[in-house]
Structures are given as structure tokens and as C-alpha cells.
Design a protein around this ligand. Structure first.
Ligand code: 7TS
Length: 409
């Protein structure tokens, strides 16, 4: 099968220094993109440029370096706002990543929920979109309900409809599952939740590498993501929240930068977005996040999605030719993630052999243990493809899996 490549992969690969390296004497084949994406040189350069030329603390100095750093950081916030189509830039809160963003919202809702209120999660969540809500339930006496999944790895919407009641206060679901790649019907989930007056948080950690979310069109209340999955650095991410919600939620952390005035009698909080941004932030990370979004937009999300779909189809067909190989997550609506196992072989052993061949995949439960329990398996081998991967790399994976099967059977 020839790929109808709409992007120049050879050229794109030159943007990523790490893709030129070898592992165990073999060219690196990086198929762990769902864990973290690789970083283009333009993003790396922006971090070097920051520390070389204008490293300073922001929002507080009158000196030139502080002004330059503040401007660059705030310009990046506007890039993020535009990328996600938020109405206001102060609806974009810088965080350390998706986990942090979710915890800000979960912590905030502790002040708004009472005993007997209901919150809804899905069976397809990453642990970071489960545990903070369980902690919230412990604090408030709220009840956690779960949208079940089917064998294909899809959420069962008729069951979701039944879970929604007048007591539902919050629904939180991922846009795309990290373990299976399923694209969830988030627009339907949001619209139905709003009919009963519930707020919705969408975890976009796995969606943002593949699609350009439009938070106003989705009419979502909160949308969260990590820069490191979108060609940006680790340690930085975003929380989008509708202005009305961010104003209602109390701050998550106290400290410098998030205050209006402090005295020992009473402290008042700063306006948005600073109310949620206590302490010195990851300045270079925020700036680099903006550069990463520019980079991905210069390639184009339609082009990225189309190419990754071709890689997904090609890899699915090739892998299924292997006897005893089972793919988990077979929804028609999925992104370029393939979770699979070889009959009778532990995923970890396959991952170890693939690593010897220079092929990076993730093995294990992918921080989504409820999904593994559903399938009654300890884990899977997960190969996740990005726009800089190639058909030849997939051929190497398929050969590697065949070799692993021969060695381990
Ligand atoms: N939500 C989803 C859907 C994720 O995939 C991840 C990370 C997170 C939240 C947490 O993001 P963080 O940046 O705060 O850590 N997922 C994975 C993964 O699939 N493999 O490694 C990390």
C-alpha cells in the first residue's frame, strides 16, 4: 500500500534532532508518542534563546529582561488562546500539565459540591482523570458514577444518558483515550450534561496531538492539555476554563503572583488568569509551548490527521497478519494508537525485545487500569504514531513483533 502522503515526512524528520540517533546500534523508531512527543529544533532553540538572552522573572521587574520575558510569556498565552479558540486570553491558565490542570478544577469543586451530588467519569480515563475526582468525592460526599465501555473500546452513550440526573454536577471525560485511541463523542457528552445543568471537563491530553480543539464550538466548561504531547517541553500545560467558572472556583495554591493585596487580616486574590498561577512559572516552557503550537499549525492539523490515519490503517492491517495478535480498541473512530498483545506472551517481554531493535513502544497498563480490568489483561503493548513516523518504521515494528513472537513462543 502506497501512502497518499500530504506532508513531506523526510523534511519534517530533519526538524527533530533526536530522530537522527540510534538505539542499540539501530536507527531509533519512536512509537511512544502518546507518552510524550519528540521536540523539534525550533522549540529547543526557543528554550536556549530564553536562557541565553532574556532569562528573568516575569510580571514583577521593571528591567528590560523581565519585560521581554513577560511579553514573550504573555504572547504565548495568546497563541494558546487562539489555538483553542478561547474567547479571552485570561481563560487560559498555565499549569505544569494535564494532571495539574485537572487537580485545580477538582480542588475548586470541593467548595461547590455537597453530599449526594453526582459526578460522572468514563471507563476510558487515564488515572489522572480518575483519582483527583475520587479525592473530591472523599472530601465532599459526592457520588462517582462511571460511563461503561463496550468490547470495541467505545463509551456506551445510552448508559451515559441514564446516568445523567438533576443531581449531576460535573462530567469529565477524555477527548481521546490514551490506552486505546478511541475518539469519544465529546460534543454529545457536553450537550447532554448541559441539559441537566452539569459542567464538563474534557481531558484533551491525547487529542491535542491530532486535532485542533475549538472550545467555544464545543461549548466545553474546562479543557486541559500538556505541552509535551504537542511537540512542546515537559512541565507545562494549560487549563482552559470559561470565565464564569474560573471566577467561581477558589484558587488551588496560595503564594506570590496570585494575590491582589495581602495583609495578616485578609488577602484578596488577583484577577484571572493570575489567581491560578501562584509562584514563578515555567517561563521558558510557556514560551516554548507557543512555539510548538506554531510549529504544528505550520504543518496543519488536517494534514497531520490524514497522514496519521494512513499510518494507523497500514499498521493495523500489517499487525493483524500476525497469528495470535489481538488489537484492543477497534472503534471506527480512533487515532493513531494501537494497543495489542500476542497470545500467551507478556507485553513487557515483547517491549524488551523491541527495545533491543531500537523500537520504542510503551508496555503496561498505560495508567488506565480500569480498561485493562475490563479486558482481563495485565497490560498491552502500545505503539502510537505521530506525523513524523513512516511506513518503513511500521515495517520495522511488524518485523520486530514477528521476531519477538518467534523468540518467546
Ligand atoms: N490524560 C490523558 C488522557 C493522558 O494520556 C495523560 C498522560 C494524562 C492525562 C496526564 O498527562 P501529564 O502530562 O499530566 O502526565 N498519558 C500518558 C501515557 O499515555 N503514557 O504516558 C503518559
Amino acid at each position: 500500500m502506497e501512502l497518499k502522503t500530504m506532508i513531506n515526512v523526510t523534511k519534517i524528520r530533519q526538524d527533530f534532532p533526536i530522530l537522527q540517533r540510534t538505539v542499540n546500534g539501530k536507527p531509533l523508531v519512536y512509537f511512544d508518542n502518546a507518552a510524550t512527543s519528540q521536540t523539534p529544533k525550533i522549540v529547543i532553540d526557543s528554550i536556549v534563546d530564553y536562557y541565553t538572552n532574556y532569562n528573568a522573572n516575569i510580571h514583577r521587574g521593571v528591567h528590560a529582561l523581565s519585560q521581554e520575558a513577560t511579553d514573550a510569556y504573555e504572547e504565548a498565552r495568546i497563541k494558546i488562546q487562539k489555538h483553542f479558540n478561547a474567547k479571552h486570553s485570561h481563560e487560559i491558565i498555565y499549569t505544569s500539565g494535564t494532571t495539574h490542570s485537572i487537580n485545580i478544577v477538582a480542588n475548586g469543586f470541593a467548595a461547590l459540591l455537597k453530599q449526594g451530588d453526582e459526578i460522572i467519569v468514563s471507563a476510558l480515563e487515564h488515572h489522572s482523570n480518575i483519582v483527583p475526582w475520587q479525592m473530591l468525592c472523599e472530601k465532599t460526599g459526592a457520588i462517582l458514577k462511571v460511563i461503561p465501555m463496550n468490547e470495541e473500546g467505545e463509551l456506551i452513550m445510552s448508559e451515559y444518558d441514564k446516568l445523567l440526573t438533576a443531581n449531576t454536577k460535573l462530567v469529565f471525560v477524555n477527548h481521546i483515550s490514551n490506552a486505546l485511541g478511541t475518539i469519544n463523542p465529546v460534543k454529545y457528552i457536553i450537550d447532554e450534561a448541559h441539559k441537566v445543568g452539569a459542567a464538563v471537563l474534557i481531558d484533551g491530553a491525547q487529542a491535542c496531538p491530532h486535532v485542533k480543539p475549538n472550545v467555544q464550538e464545543l461549548d466545553v466548561d474546562f479543557y486541559v492539555a500538556s505541552a509535551h504531547k504537542i511537540c512542546g517541553p515537559t512541565g507545562v500545560g494549560m487549563l482552559y476554563g470559561k470565565e464564569k467558572w474560573l471566577n467561581r472556583l477558589p484558587p488551588y495554591q496560595g503564594g506570590g503572583e496570585m494575590i491582589a493585596e495581602v495583609s495578616f487580616e485578609k488577602t484578596t486574590y488577583a484577577d484571572l488568569p493570575h489567581k491560578f498561577e501562584a509562584g514563578t512559572p515555567h517561563v521558558s516552557g510557556g514560551i516554548a509551548f507557543g512555539v510548538a503550537l506554531d510549529y504544528m499549525n505550520s504543518i496543519g492539523f488536517n494534514e497531520i490527521a490524514a497522514y496519521e490515519n494512513e499510518l494507523l490503517e497500514y499498521a493495523t492491517d500489517k499487525l493483524l497478519e500476525i497469528d495470535g495478535l489481538k488489537i484492543y480498541g477497534t472503534s471506527k473512530s480512533k487515532t493513531s494508537v494501537i494497543s495489542f498483545n500476542l497470545e500467551g506472551i507478556h507485553p513487557y517481554d515483547v517491549g524488551t525485545i523491541l527495545d533491543k531493535l531500537g523500537i520504542a513502544v510503551r508496555t503496561g497498563h498505560h495508567c488506565a487500569q480500569p480498561i485493562m480490568s475490563f479486558y482481563k489483561i495485565p497490560g498491552t503493548i502500545r505503539a502510537s504514531f505521530s506525523f513524523y513516523n513512516t511506513k518503513e518504521e511500521i515495517d520495522a515494528l511488524v518485523e520486530g513483533v514477528k521476531k519477538a513472537k518467534m523468540m518467546l513462543s
